[in-house]
Design a protein around this ligand. Structure first.
Ligand code: GRF
Length: 189
């Protein structure tokens, strides 16, 4: 199962996927490319470390979505890489029809809360500020509704009285780094 990873930032989850792969813990899943909408994103530096193609793909003129031409550029790049599955690992743009229709039920997203609680941005802070006693992370299929597609798996973390936003973020990210590679290995069969 060839996977293409899309990300905009540090790529710690992409790193977790690639490290699991290096250690032979990703089953039949094989990362074949990393694409980013940010030319300087740290996620792109992982390509060289793990010997995986890593490229900037021009996102077009908008800030939080891709325009139609840009979506088509992503479709072409993902197809050319031979992807069976697309993994959104911190890709900070909402996908629309061109991409969604090109890969129906073949795109998964990682979200840092126990969906359907706290969708959207700053979800860890939302859970912390709300006073939730549990939060965690979710891997779900990507559909047209933001953070609303069918849930594949989740991992919960307890929010202790002594937790700070920083310590909660660290817990959630650790849960993400464990969950996402596990889901990929299972999906690959
Ligand atoms: C993760 O918390 C993920 O849930 C969210 O964006 C963050 C990406 O972090 N969608 P990283 O770039 O993988 O370090």
């Amino acid at each position: 199962m060839n996977i293409v990873i899309l990300g905009s930032g540090t790529g710690s989850n992409a790193g977790a996927i690639l490290e699991s792969w290096r250690q032979g813990r990703l089953g039949k899943a094989v990362p074949v490319a990393i694409f980013s909408d940010k030319p300087q994103a740290r996620i792109l530096t992982l390509g060289e470390k793990y010997g995986v193609r890593a490229e900037y793909v021009d996102p077009g003129r908008f800030r939080t979505k891709l325009d139609d031409e840009a979506e088509q550029r992503y479709v072409d790049a993902i197809r050319a890489a031979g992807a069976d599955l697309v993994v959104l690992a911190g890709f900070m743009r909402v996908l629309h029809d061109t991409l969604l229709n090109a890969f129906p039920m073949k795109i998964i997203n990682l979200h840092p809360s126990l969906l359907p609680a706290f969708p959207g941005l700053h979800s860890i802070k939302q859970a912390y500020d709300y006073g939730a006693k549990y939060s965690g992370c979710t891997v779900h299929w990507v559909t047209a509704g933001l953070d609303m597609g069918p849930i594949i798996d989740q991992s919960a973390v307890r929010i202790e009285d002594g937790d700070t936003l920083d310590s909660l973020e660290a817990k959630v990210h650790a849960a993400e780094h464990a969950l996402l590679p596990t889901v990929l290995a299972k999906l690959a069969g």
